[in-house]
Design a protein around this ligand. Sequence first.
Ligand code: NAP
Length: 334
Amino acid sequence: MTVRVGVVGTGMIGSDHVARLSTQVAGAAVTAVFDVATDRAREVAASAGARSLASWQDVVAADDVDAVLVASPGEVHPEQVVACIAAGKPVLCEKPLATSAAQAVRVLEAEVASGRRSVQVGFMRRYDPGYLDVRRAITDGVIGEPLLAHAVHRNAGVPDFFRGEMALTDSVVHEIDVFRWLFGAEIAAVTVVPVRRSPLAAGDLRDPQLVVLELTGGQVVTVESFVNCRYGYDVRCEVVGSTGTVSLDNPRTTAVRTAGARSERVPADWQERFAPAYLEELRAWVDGLAAGRVDGPSTWDGYAATAVAEAAVRSSREGRRVDVELVPRPDLYA
Ligand code: NAP
């Protein structure tokens, strides 16, 4: 069986997903796309042998679309995902599920009312071989009881429109999800600690920032967010347990030793670093659909991550620790 996918949003990540779905994911075909940038949509459609349609609603309604991949900007995700639920079509929605917790609750309520899980959120780190190893070390008890973690999330640079709060809602949201998943707990409180500003940060960008996440299990995570580090894309972490630690480094281990120095490659960007994770995410989604199930990161995960990111923004603005208040978790996500 071939899963026929419609793609809404063919920008940076949408076009990457179209290429992966049409050339590297067995059992999938991209049949229809939409983007407000129509030229780009046409180009991407042609590359995959798909149709470029006049609206995202047309993609959701198309007879030759079994499932939808939403890769439009975050603000329009809730409306588009709720339309997919109403049409009875499974949807893989890129993160964030929504740009506010209230909007994410809208999606949650629509999916709960439909009575079944049909939404997956694009937290692809859960498919990354390195993070999967970290999780196994925790669940297999290799490091004893997990107590705390340190993480760094550095980008070489960001576009001019990027603001410090976007580092929390667009970048750190990945750490928010991944540590909920690794520790099997919710985040109860968040504090954004101001840090001396890099002299190389553009405009009024507040960078770097230190984010402290407190989990309901008592674990504490420190996340350094530095979106303007200049040297590469560097995502690492170390989880400290009662009898050991497990750390995740950049995946390439080739080292060059020459002229009295040892050097290792640092990935250039997220496309390079997480390429295997994006591919595995899509393969698992398509395989699940073919078997009649959706079991990746859920609407609840998308909602919880958005609620924590929102609390982080409040902490940053108000200069204080902020408790995260979540709505009761529906049984659908038990
Ligand atoms: P992008 O390059 O700006 O692409 C988004 C595209 O959607 C643009 O072509 C945009 O057109 C178009 N668009 C605007 N409104 C739309 C609508 N109502 N319906 C359909 N398309 C619409 O952004 P991107 O980097 O691909 O990001 C897209 C989403 O993926 C974001 O939510 C982002 O956070 C997420 N993302 C996730 C990861 C990850 O690691 N999982 C990585 C990157 C991005 P205009 O430019 O003309 O507005």
